[in-house]
Design a protein around this ligand. Structure first.
Ligand code: ZN
Length: 159
């Protein structure tokens, strides 16, 4: 092997290993637990929403009226989902947001009702949080209709 080929090879290896490192940092680490493990850390009602795609009754969440500055985290895994700046009063009876933190959620289509709805779940623990609709306020036009039971509100400075 001559010197040039040797250095080319080293360079390629360095590039590839760097790429792998970057991928590891950007991809959210998934939280996986067994049914029993989830039941240990969640209440019965939280388990029903997060792991069985249940929905809390409208107007039951204390977070409907929460107006303080702070962040909303996933009750299952502490993933940061929303800030108080993204919240608005939709009048639907569930805490509502027009935006989320980047990569907080993943979506899928849910056919439980006659019309298909877009279900969204936490990108870290896959826990179900709610449905997203296209009747939200500007600038996004989105309404993230979230179960308050599975949100943990932390009053804190938001950046
Ligand atoms: Zn989560």
């Amino acid at each position: 092997m001559n010197k040039r080929v040797f250095f080319k090879k080293i360079f390629a290896i360095l590039l590839i290993s760097n790429f792998i490192k970057i991928k590891k940092i950007t991809a959210k680490e998934k939280v996986t637990k067994s049914k029993e493990e989830w039941k240990k850390i969640l209440t019965v009602e939280q388990y029903e929403v997060l792991r069985n795609e249940g929905t809390e009754r409208a107007y039951t969440s204390a977070l409907n009226d929460e107006k303080r500055e702070g962040n909303y985290y996933c009750a299952g895994c502490n993933n940061k989902l929303f800030s108080s700046k993204m919240k608005y009063d939709s009048g639907t009876g569930w805490p509502s947001f027009f935006e989320t933190y980047p990569d907080a959620f993943e979506t899928s289509t849910d056919h439980k009702l006659v019309y298909p709805r877009t279900e969204y779940h936490c990108s870290k623990c896959d826990g179900h949080h709610g449905h997203v609709f296209d009747d939200g306020p500007k600038p996004t036009g989105k309404r993230y209709c979230n179960n308050g039971l599975v949100l943990k509100f932390v009053p804190e400075k938001i950046s």
